[in-house]
Design a protein around this ligand. Sequence first.
Ligand code: ZN
Ligand code: ZN
Length: 453
Amino acid sequence: MSTSSTLRCALLAAALSASVPAFATPQQGSGVAWDIVEGITTEIGPRMAGSPAEGRARAWGAEKLKALGFQNVKVEEFKTLAWTRGPESARLTAPYAQPLAITALGFSVPTPKGGLKAEMVYFPTLAALEAVPEGSLKGKVAFIDHAMRAAQDGSGYGPYGNVRRQGPTIASRKGAAAVVIRSAGTDSHRNPHTGVTIFAKDVKPIPAGAVSNPDADLIARTAARGKPLAIDLTLEGKPFPDAPSGNVIADLPGRDPSLPIIVLACHLDSWDLGTGAVDDASGCAIVTAAALAAQKDGQALRTIRVLWSGNEEMGIGGGGGAHYAKLHGSEPHAVAMESDFGADNVWAAKFSASPADKPLVDKVKAALWPMGITPHEGPADGGADVEAIIKAQDLAVIDLGQDGMHYFDLHHTPDDTLDKVDPAALQQNVDAWTAVLKVIANEPGVIGKAGAK
Ligand code: ZN
Ligand code: ZN
């Protein structure tokens, strides 16, 4: 190599090293909402219901809410049935040996010591599994496929999420020794999606896991060859009773404390594979930042309460939302809202209110139109953390629907991390919630279906 070409190489190397940073610069936001998501994901991380980490998250939340100026900050603990993950692995052993990316579903029971080696039967849909006779899968593993696709309103999670919620119970009824499903997710990463399954009381719980979408594609292609499938499955996670969980609640008292309050919910617990940034640290960040921003032009008329709920993920029927209604069901509430669908832009609004609330609903719609957020057919249902209080008091409900095209790419996976939160979209959520709160928290009249009776 000549001296001049050596020099050219050195210059080129210098130019390249100047253009490539030593490490990636993380996406950085600012403001109350960003600080909450960044803080929970950095200082706590994964926080499974009933785990010591969820306890640390409650302490973190209480301290944060006090520091932000909230009053009556309370940690309200309860005991819950929880679940802990164990070692997990799977591989196809016939007709082709292939490793599979798998994760256990919450409330799965462990496979036998040394793993379960069994024939695996492919079902293209939940309906196909339902159609086989009871007892026909004795000693076998059921694999349930499905065709969940991304939808802007996330509505595919209803029908296709049933594969996770109900599939294991149905497989157990058919006699299956274990069940594997295609993840309830819309990404093409090799990330399985966890999430809870609830075994019906009259069935024996069985080991239950989900494989990533590319692995489910592989199983489907292999099944199409028509040769028998076999799997070697290890899932050691198991349930445990009487675990500590709890809610954190905090108020921004209104000018008239006698008026029914507004409750804004999110959930503090998360699955363990990621750090629970979009599900649901973002929700807690959005509602909390908006409650504060709504006071910017002066103290609101009504008290706004935030509920950072415990055990939403595994507490179906008895989690933080139920505990909140048990403790606070006698305090008059006017409106309930919840944020639990990530941090992408709000685009749709839905309402459940009495006919007498129409003028108020029209005011809220008018506040959202300039942001490009349009009213959609109801009903609004709030979410798991406010379901019990809505039922108890027949509350008015407003849903601010976020863009769900990417939510189920990340949901309950290792990809649910801070870098997926777009600071600008997070702020758009805060602005939308603030616009709604400025209207409803300053409404002097009666709000809600119960009040209209
Ligand atoms: Zn959630
Ligand atoms: Zn979740």
